[in-house]
Ligand binder design. Structure first.
Ligand code: THU
Length: 144
């Protein structure tokens, strides 16, 4: 398995955590990921006075991935304000799964794991493909 520069990804995640907008929770989060073309994409949480409208750091990261030309996520880490590695919330595991799949390498507080280990039996595009009516709507070109 190729080497992942986790220190560089951690540094990127810590850096972007410093730009989070988290006035309501006081819990800034920074996320960084390596893309299969060598890019590093990042995101921070952006809270809102309507608390439920909050965007997790991973939402920004995925937006940046897609807006920057797409690609597959290879390795991912997120950190809190103190720079410690945290686990992505359940919803964000699903977001990451879509763009990294089962083999996405995740740095966790317990060490490196794969996405398959932290979101077992994930629901994904393949499940849609199994149902003809749903598959008819599946596009492989990202909707372009
Ligand atoms: N948060 C993230 O940005 N990502 C996660 O995976 C966990 C939670 C944010 C959302 C909210 O702004 C703050 O952390 C506290 O829940």
């Amino acid at each position: 398995m190729a080497n992942v520069d986790w220190d560089a990804l951690m540094a990127a995640a810590r850096d972007v955590a410093g730009r989070a907008y988290a006035p309501y929770s006081g819990y800034p989060v920074g996320a960084a990921a390596l893309v299969d073309d060598g890019r590093v994409v990042e995101g921070c949480n952006v809270e809102n006075a309507g608390y439920g409208v909050t965007l997790c750091a991973e939402c920004g990261l995925i937006s940046s991935l897609v807006a920057g030309g797409g690609g597959r996520l290879v390795a991912f880490v997120c950190v809190n304000k103190t720079g410690d590695v945290i686990m992505p919330c359940g919803r964000c595991r699903q977001l990451l799964f879509e763009h990294g799949g089962r083999g996405l390498r995740m740095l966790t507080p317990l060490g490196e794991r794969t996405m398959d280990e932290i979101l077992p039996q994930a629901f994904g595009p393949e499940d849609l493909a199994e149902v003809p009516e749903a598959a008819a709507h599946l596009r492989t070109d990202g909707g372009h």
